[in-house]
Ligand binder design. Sequence first.
Ligand code: 6GU
Length: 269
Amino acid sequence: MRIDVVSIFPEYLAPLELSLIGKARQDGLLDLNVHDLRDFTTDRHRTVDDTPYGGGAGMVMKPEPWAQALTAIAEVGPKAPGTEAVRKPVLIVPSPAGERFSQAIAHELAEEEQLVFACGRYEGIDERVLEWAAEHFTVRPMSLGDYVLNGGEVAVLAMVEAVGRLLPGVVGNPESLVEESHSDGLLEYPVYTKPSSWRDREVPAVLLSGNHGKIAQWRRHEQYRRTAERRPDLLDVFDAGKLPRADRTAFGELGYDVVDGRLRRRPDA
Ligand code: 6GU
């Protein structure tokens, strides 16, 4: 996969040289390039922003530097010279006004040939850039959640890590991608390591039992308990249609009935 990031603070993306993502780049699994938006300006002051039409606080990013940067990036692309790119690159525009990023979207993006991240600062990028860019890119404004960051760079660190770790060969043991939070629409179960007794706190006995069926069931029920407590919204869309009897009972104890394959919180619970 090829990833291009455009920012006025390219140094902000330095952590992408570390750890799993840095290793993936070294191993040639990920071709990641960071560009300085100011390199695509033509004036002496390398201006990237101006005052908003209609008035109001803050500054808006000028369209032309973005068009220059995105044109240069779209032309290189992930393909060898002379071959036609089969898919438009995806242009991800980090913004609190975007679609909510999720594990499902990370999986979608991991299938693409080229991702381009356009980091806005100030009040955002002139809207016409996004309209124009739709000719060359699949444009996806994307938000991490309902809070405001100063710019897209931190969000790009999060999204590149979430997508990068799904690429083949990046995570050493692909099984660790299966049993983790959000892989099955639930939060992960709690984990423990040695010593089995620590400051008068014991590891749950079932984990020391060697009974793998029992352990799997206990972990699943812990996922249900944790999700009900911390993220009950996830249970609204959980497919409870094919749950074994013991799992329905576990949900029953958490105050949920199964109705038409969906969990429904009992009013008295
Ligand atoms: Cl993707 N960008 C900015 N600037 N703020 C955010 C965000 C993104 N996601 C949540 N807040």
